[in-house]
Write a protein of this length. Structure first.
Length: 193
């Protein structure tokens, strides 16, 4: 999480100029990019988790130390932000998914969809799965697990290419689960990830 992206620098110093706020934002961005998680956690004063919402309160004195501000100009009011989230349960595993989190491009999933289309075309042309596994140097099971990706709805493929697919929709997930061939059913299944 980039602190500067969530409006924190503007609140740090009373009466700060736009240039000072810009310098604070740059310093926070550089710190967030280079810092290890333990150092970033040192900036946190308190975290409250409520149903569907995480409340983050930054420690003003830790921010002052990081930014090198004069203590008498520091705005000591709490620097709070709220982040909505959802809990996703799969088996015994529960994940917290931030609502504004993006999954990003999954190049492995993109390559596997491409392979699935190629293999599907080869099967349609009369080649057997055994012939494909021999020429590709892979297992029959692997081909059978991935070839179903050739039947994905076009909007799902578009989302994967754009990096906006559900966070849980990965190549690993595809190897463990079968997707229905019906596009509406696919959309419903992926909406639960």
């Amino acid at each position: 999480m980039m602190l500067a992206e969530h409006g924190f620098p503007a609140k740090l110093v009373r009466g700060a100029s736009a240039d000072a706020i810009g310098r604070h934002a740059e310093k926070l961005a550089a710190h967030a990019a280079d810092a290890d998680p333990a150092t970033l956690l040192g900036l946190v004063g308190r975290i409250d988790i409520m149903p569907g919402q995480i409340e983050l309160r930054l420690d003003p004195s830790a921010l002052q130390e990081l930014l090198g501000n004069d203590p008498e100009h520091l705005d000591t009011t709490p620097h709070d932000r709220s982040f909505p989230f959802q809990l996703r349960k799969r088996g015994i595993e529960t994940k917290i998914i931030l609502n504004d989190a993006q999954s990003g491009k999954d190049n492995t999933l993109i390559r596997n969809i491409e392979k699935a289309h190629t293999w599907f075309q080869r099967i349609k042309a009369g080649e057997t799965v055994s012939e494909i596994t021999t020429s590709e140097g892979t297992s029959k099971r692997h081909v059978q697990q991935l070839v179903g990706l050739a039947l994905l709805a076009p909007d799902i493929v578009r989302d994967v290419l754009d990096g906006t697919q559900p966070i849980g929709f990965t190549s690993e997930w595809c190897l463990r689960h079968d997707l229905p061939s019906d596009w509406s059913a696919q959309r419903q299944r992926l909406a639960t990830l």
